[in-house]
Design a protein around this ligand. Sequence first.
Ligand SMILES: [Zn+2]
Length: 479
Amino acid sequence: MLRRHMARWVLPLLLLVPLWAQAASVDNLRLWAAPDHSRLVFDLSSPASANVFTLEDPRRLVIDVANSELNADVSRLDLSESAIEKVRTGVRNGSDLRVVLELSRAIEPRHFSLAPNEQYGHRLVVDLEYPGESAVEDPIDPIESKIREQEIAAERAQKEAVAKGRDPSTVSPPRQAAQPHPKRDIIIAVDAGHGGEDPGAIGPSGTREKDVVLEMAKRMARLINATQGFKAVLIRDGDYYVGLRQRTRIAREQKADFFVSLHADAFNSPRPHGSSVFALSQSGATSETAKWLAASENRSDLVGGVDGNLSLDDKDEVLRGVLLDLTMTATLNDSLTIGGRVLDRMGRINELHKPRVEQAGFVVLKSPDIPSLLVETGFISNPEEERKLQQGGYQQRMVESIFGGVRAHFQRNPPPASLLAWQRDQGRGGAGDEYRIQPGDTLSEIAARHNVPVGRLRQANELNGDVIRVGQVLRIPSS
Ligand SMILES: [Zn+2]
């Protein structure tokens, strides 16, 4: 009651102060450190313009915020893992706030303003980008990357043949018969949705989507890396934001075989619950194809950047479109198959929101050459599921079910250069082509009977001489 009376006469007083004279107050500073940039966010009482520039010797970034005053304690800012070594502040021109960042490395600054959202008010965002730095902590090694590039080239050559009405089996991919099987890992890009400035959905008791999905992504990456023949790439491994296009770009740069984006749904009522799996919608794919064709930068990224062996520069636009469509369709088919397997396993640990793989035009799913899924692990807006999503045990079962589906798919359909493909071929060869040594057998006779040079027989069984034992099982290499 008392408060209401006070407000009634305080308000007219405030209105007497002209709005333009009122300085913006910087009430808080937040810092997000990503592998390829640091992001400094100023929380402001009202919008303010800024002038941002770098200085050398020593390396500094100066941020002048017009007509603003500092009402935050910059010494409490955690600078660890950022490019900032020290923060100094002062007043400039009587009414401007000057913030000077002492830097540990070369950066390229970028700044912009953000309007209020559910969680934050007016913000000034200053990005310190690290030139030439990878957006992921641990990029895959260049040899694996090269192998994957050759595979992608071979796949695309086959698709090109189909598009031209030729028999794809006549296309000979770059063969290296003399070289040992690469036995490469299958690379799974794990994307924790949202992050940094973007908290995602927020549960009734304050659980943030960006936090639970990051925990799940890290669990999933550990699980993947502990599985022979697989390797995880985390699209983000900390609390910072990664643009949607950037997420798929990272996956492509890392030569991912599969991309999964983890989320937790929200609805404006607490009732909806259950997990769901999304793939790209066909109509979304088509319009995206058009976009890919329109943007020449994207085109050179797709054709020149990913695939150096097959040049599409001299092909006409129609063929280009057909090729992209084919890639999209093939990729989408894989996405739907994998999605089905994932859904099947998720249904054993949580109720399903929808019994089928849903399709929509999510930007993170629009990679034409990487099968991709977006998984809504549950409704964070449902109190029961909010509680479950926070539990380590539940998170673990959730990521096990998702990766279980992915793994089952790749075990059936391993990429040719992968360890899984090699293991499958070994199994196939071993079962039919084995010979148990009988009394009286000699190595040269066995070799002659199976039509293989004795040297190869020795090599395949790691024999040094001609000594063999009765009952010993020999592997017969294919001739
Ligand atoms: Zn989300």
